[in-house]
Write a protein that binds this ligand. Structure first.
Ligand code: FO1
Length: 321
């Protein structure tokens, strides 16, 4: 089996590639960040879980990467006319997901159960699980004070300078059952850290107690794909945040951030020149990481499947020694 760790749009694309590249898609489990979740208009919104579910079911909006294709906006327009909060755009069809998830969570079901059931109903052939079932909330510490994640990301368009991040609730959360079982499964063949934002999307997953240690110890190779290409983020504010936190925005800095748990790192062709430095950085007693150079930018479905197949092949070579 293959375990993928993902946040929103970039992570979902590689997860879709892995699902397409595997002969038996049910062997893929995608574990998703829930630090972006929030309560809005009385509803429980899980943006990254929905982005992954919609992408893996072939329903994602191709322009935005989040939300549903062919969406209509009557609800939001009516809400705006009443003076309601319309800064977070909930489409008419997407709304059904939030209403149904909220109802089931209120009735006492876990987020894991709701997620796996909704994804099955939408026709996803692989498995999707939240990182945990407890409430974890990413708080962005900025020059202007602390902001709940979606206030920072959507309402303020990632404009405030980031000084730090914290994941409230993470220390007392537990890995979801599917996540913990996958990490303990002797049949685990690879862990793929998708090209998601290391600070906003992957760090919350790594903040769940036991995750880092399990990844360091796990017998299967852990391979990350860089979300930074040529010093820029493929999508979103990763490069901006790295600079604001005083870290060079480069694929090499991403490799360094994950180094203690990585066996392999996939770099874009643009960054080929960094490969040697990333590999030799392990020479001084630090963990050694093998590097593979690929075309990592995923415009089309074929791009996703090809990159995923290369990542799986790279993991196979790492496994074999
Ligand atoms: N992102 C935006 O930039 N603007 C929005 O209005 C917005 C609405 C939205 C609704 C449902 C959903 O599942 C995701 C939505 N997103 C929106 C995306 C989301 O805020 C971010 O992509 C993630 O949280 C970061 O990965």
């Amino acid at each position: 089996m293959i375990l993928a760790l993902a946040g929103g749009v970039g992570g979902a694309k590689l997860a879709a590639g892995l699902q397409a590249a595997l002969k038996a898609p049910a062997e893929l489990l995608t574990v998703v960040n829930t630090g972006d979740d929030f309560e809005h208009l009385g509803l429980r919104i899980s943006p990254d879980l929905d982005t992954v579910t919609y992408t893996l079911s072939g329903r994602a909006n191709p322009e935005t990467g989040w939300g549903l294709a062919g969406e209509t906006w009557h609800f939001l327009d009516a809400l705006a006319a009443l003076g309601g909060e319309d800064w977070f755009r909930l489409g008419d069809r997407d709304l059904a997901t939030h209403v149904e998830r909220t109802r089931r969570l209120r009735a006492g079901e876990t987020l894991s159960r709701v997620t796996s059931d909704l994804s099955r109903r939408l026709g996803v052939p692989s498995r999707i699980a939240p990182m945990c079932d407890e409430r974890v909330r990413t708080v962005v510490e900025t020059d202007g004070g602390d902001l709940p994640f979606q206030e920072y990301f959507v309402r303020r368009a990632c404009e405030p300078a980031v000084r730090g991040l914290r994941f409230e609730g993470a220390a007392s959360a537990r890995m979801s059952t599917a996540f913990a079982s996958a990490l303990a499964d002797p049949a685990l063949e690879a862990v793929v850290v998708c090209p998601s934002n290391p600070y906003l999307s992957v760090d919350p997953i790594l903040a769940i107690p036991g995750v880092r240690g399990s990844l360091v110890r796990c017998a299967a190779p852990v391979v990350a794909v860089s979300p930074i290409v040529g010093g820029r983020a493929l999508k979103g504010p990763a490069a901006k945040i790295m600079e604001e936190l005083g870290v060079e925005a480069s694929a090499a800095a991403v490799a360094d951030r994950y180094r203690d748990l990585l066996d392999g790192f996939v770099l874009d062709e643009t960054d080929r020149a960094l490969a040697g430095a990333i590999e030799s950085a392990g020479a001084g007693g630090r963990v050694r990481v093998r590097v593979r150079v690929e075309r990592t930018i995923m415009h089309t479905g074929e791009d996703r499947t090809r990159l995923a197949a290369r990542v799986l092949e790279f993991a196979r070579t790492l496994r074999e020694g």
